[in-house]
Design a protein around this ligand. Structure first.
Ligand code: F6R
Length: 372
């Protein structure tokens, strides 16, 4: 990690707080931490799902799918944002995110002909996602469930199931199921758009690159230590990694109780940047590709406004920010969200520990949330 300019809190307060927290945080291991570490193996295993995903692509094409809608909540919805960029950029297919309430609360009668509707859900039990997919199927959509539970209401509601095979996820904050959803989506759209290069990188280089990023956890722990008194944070990214910004913000909110807003770098410039202040640090995701230069420009702009910025990205981006967590430029940008989210998950874990929160069981949350 590069050195930050000045401490956010004075040393004496920091040391006093640290000893108080060490007393209150149980030293026991954490499922969230273990599940973070399982991700390279989980993603490697998804490469073996190739024949099943190929069949799903064939069936969706045969069904005449020309538009894509993703129905999902929470972390799964952030994976769907990645899916939207994949469909648009790799396949030239229009794609958007569902508002399930139009079906479940308003009873809208949508014509879904020529639509491919994905339900994305770790548990397969989120009621409004399941109802939306079932309704879309009855109204003409071709439906695919991406889920970690092959025997679930969502799997039953959809024509095709693409399992994420992440194993049971016990910690409330989703980690390995998120990257497994990204992996299935990347595979699906790489096959649809006939990109053997992406599929090859996926199986050969990605798991090792994920291991390498997880190996940099000391730098993340130091950043967490620096942020332990931070109550608000701004997160920004653009392009494929906009999904990373949204998911990083969700992890930091639910696991560390921070007030975090995630922005597309472009949206940030359209107004919210007026709210930046010295005590509102920023976390920016920058990875080489078409969105890289705009992200570096944003980092410079924030620094000019005296905002402390930490970047998740390659060394050059860290130099521009003056601080951050290195994610080397080793896979094509399209697959980079599977790398860039890892430091953010680790940051949520370490910051929770710094704040005396049990990362596996954030207050008032359960693994399945029943929204209608
Ligand atoms: C976040 C988290 C929740 C779930 C959301 C959807 O870490 O776990 O936001 O992602 O409740 O759950 P599923 O994917 O089971 O539909």
């Amino acid at each position: 990690m590069y050195l930050l300019r000045s401490p956010i809190v004075p040393m004496d307060i920091r040391d006093r707080e640290r000893s108080a927290m060490e007393e209150s945080v149980p030293a026991a291991g954490s499922r969230m931490r273990e599940e973070i570490d399982e991700q390279p193996q989980v993603v490697a295993a998804i490469a073996s799902e190739l024949p099943r995903v190929e069949e799903a692509v064939d069936r969706a094409r045969e069904a005449g799918a020309r538009f894509v809608i993703y129905a999902a909540r929470g972390t799964s919805d952030n994976a769907a944002v990645y899916g939207k960029y994949l469909a648009n950029i790799l396949a030239g297919v229009p794609a958007g995110l569902a508002a399930p309430s139009v079906t479940t609360l308003y009873g809208a009668e949508i014509s879904f002909h020529n639509c491919l509707v994905f339900g994305v859900s770790q548990s397969g039990k989120t009621p409004d996602v399941t109802e939306y997919v079932g309704d879309a199927r009855r109204r003409g959509a071709f439906t695919i469930a991406i889920t970690n539970e092959e025997e679930s209401p969502l799997a039953e509601a959809a024509e095709v199931v693409l399992p994420t095979r992440a194993g049971i996820e016990e910690a409330v904050p989703a980690t390995k199921t998120y990257t497994s959803q990204l992996a299935v989506l990347a595979l699906f759209w790489s096959i649809w758009s006939e990109r053997p290069d992406a599929i090859e990188t996926f199986s050969s280089e990605l798991p090792a690159a994920m291991e390498a990023v997880l190996g940099g956890e000391d730098a993340v722990a130091r950043l967490a230590s620096r942020y332990r008194f931070v109550e608000r944070l701004m997160v920004a990214a653009r392009g494929f990694n906009y999904a990373t910004a949204l998911e990083a913000a969700l992890k930091l909110k639910e696991t560390c109780y921070l007030g975090v807003n995630a922005y597309s770098a472009a949206d940030l410039l359209h107004g919210p940047i007026a709210a930046v202040e010295e005590d509102l640090p920023a976390l920016a995701f920058a990875y080489p590709g078409p969105a890289y230069q705009p992200m570096l420009d944003l980092v410079r702009e924030l620094r000019d406004r005296d905002v402390e910025v930490a970047v998740v990205g390659p060394g050059q981006a860290l130099e521009v920010a003056g601080a951050g967590i290195e994610v080397p430029d080793v896979v094509p940008e399209v697959l980079s969200p599977l790398l860039t989210i890892l430091p953010a998950q680790l940051l949520a874990y370490y910051l929770a520990r710094e704040k005396g929160i049990d990362p596996d069981h954030p207050r008032g949350l359960s693994k399945v949330t029943l929204t209608r």
